[in-house]
Design a protein around this ligand. Structure first.
Ligand code: SF4
Length: 425
């Protein structure tokens, strides 16, 4: 295992580019570029191997020294009455620094994917839920239901690492495992190629998934249902699935909040989590949420342990003030309630700056596409490529240490934000 920066080959490299955080990549360093040699998906190859353009900090689109960009950022935040510290595509240290700056500036902090995250968080806060981990799915699950997600499209190595791993902690009979898909336009091809029973596919619109689970719950408790079909799913199919739910030794329902993109989708999550609770009376059942990419899970966890709340926190009154509606960054932008935007994207997500004239500060990896011209632009290094760091996986129970693979002339997000906070007087 070779891991210092002089080495040409890095093993067991964690990948920060989706929230699975696969930690088995093998990467070679070739002059100024990196090459994924083993275990990277297409997304990982693109991100690790892309050439970062040569850029410098700018103020009003003119190149400037980093120190000037830092001072100008501090000035903009000082002048603001309500700034948004958003994006937050960064690692643990970047988030810690962002929270310190938010407090200093009396600003609002909110992650770019919090709309999706709150489909879960609303349910967690109000009702609680029973969840599991990637390791438990890999080692124990014999019935896996994909609700509105195929996992494969947005988490490319999910099947390779979790459904078809080369080894597992305990010996499970993969041939007996049943996979079920409920929803629309789900790619079940990886399931067809996996050992196990033939996958069951139940087709309905994404916004009908909640109704499907309501009926499964009703059938589970023994109620008669007088509805022959939902979407393309017959009642007889749901009755058969109910039997499978009861017979499972360890069932898991997987959803991706980002893919339940319709009004009141939190009610769908609640319906899923309630049937899970009920099924635990007769067998073992758990939920699993696939989400939190672009540093989303890391942002939620760090914000929670530092402020007591998961996201959408304002420090305008000098203490953490949470309101999932009022302090939504998206809502604040739409209603023109902001007078400064501070946006962080060091993991690759493109940035769309608002059309209207709000002073904006952008910290982004050099290759990040920015639609609009920020008042201050500061290029930053990429965690897991240009500097070490730490990120938290989609199940929220494991954090991974990221490696430094390649030098960069640009500082990391935490370094830049800490310097802005110091300059803020
Ligand atoms: S699946 Fe996600 S974490 Fe794994 S290699 Fe691909 S982008 Fe990286």
């Amino acid at each position: 295992m070779t891991q210092d920066t002089n080495s040409k080959r890095f093993e067991e490299v964690p990948c920060p580019f989706c929230s699975l955080l696969c930690d088995d990549l093998v990467i070679s360093q070739l002059k100024d570029s990196l090459k994924v040699k083993q275990n990277g998906c297409k997304l990982a190859k693109t991100r690790f191997e892309e050439n970062q353009p040569r850029v410098s900090p700018t103020i009003a689109d003119k190149a400037c020294p980093l120190e000037d960009a830092i001072m100008e950022s501090a000035k903009i935040l000082k002048r603001s009455n309500q700034a948004l510290i958003g994006g937050l595509g960064t690692d643990v240290n970047g988030m810690r620094a962002a929270l310190r700056l938010t407090e200093k500036a009396g600003a609002v902090i909110d992650h770019m994917h919090s709309n999706a995250a709150f489909r879960n968080l609303d349910v967690l806060q109000n009702h609680g839920y029973v969840m599991t981990t990637l390791a438990e799915i890999r080692n124990r699950a014999d019935l896996i239901i994909f609700a509105g997600t195929d996992a494969n499209t947005n988490f490319p190595r999910f099947f390779e690492r979790i459904i078809n791993p080369s080894h597992s902690l305990v010996k499970i009979n993969k041939k007996e495992r049943q996979l079920v898909y409920i929803g629309d336009k789900l790619d079940s091809l990886p399931a067809g190629k996996s050992p196990g029973k033939r996958p069951i596919k139940l087709q309905c619109r994404q916004d009908q998934i909640g109704e499907v689970f309501s009926i499964l719950h009703a059938l589970s408790v023994g109620l008669e249902i007088d509805k022959p079909i939902i979407g393309n799913i017959k009642l007889s199919q749901l009755k058969k699935l109910t039997e499978l739910l009861h017979k499972a030794s360890y069932g898991v329902i997987i959803w991706a909040p980002g893919e339940l993109d319709f009004p009141y989708a939190e009610l769908t999550v609640q319906t899923i989590t309630e049937i899970i609770k009920y099924l635990n009376r007769m067998t073992r059942f758990a939920g699993f949420s696939l989400g939190g990419s672009e540093g989303g899970m890391t942002a939620t966890q760090v914000t929670a342990w530092q402020s007591g709340y998961p996201s959408r926190v304002s420090y305008a009154r000098g203490f953490p003030d949470f309101d999932a509606y009022r302090f939504s960054g998206k809502r604040l932008l739409e209603t023109n309630e902001l007078d400064a935007i501070f946006w962080v994207s060091s993991l690759g997500a493109p940035i769309d700056l608002p059309d209207r004239r709000i002073p904006s500060i952008v910290l982004a990896a050099p290759s990040v596409k920015i639609n609009g011209k920020p008042d201050v632009y500061i290029p930053v290094g990429i965690p897991g490529i240009n500097h070490t760091g730490q990120m938290i996986r989609t199940d929220g129970v494991v954090s991974f240490k990221l490696k430094k693979l390649q030098n960069s002339e640009h500082p990391g997000v935490a370094d830049v934000i800490n310097r802005i906070t110091q300059a803020y007087r």
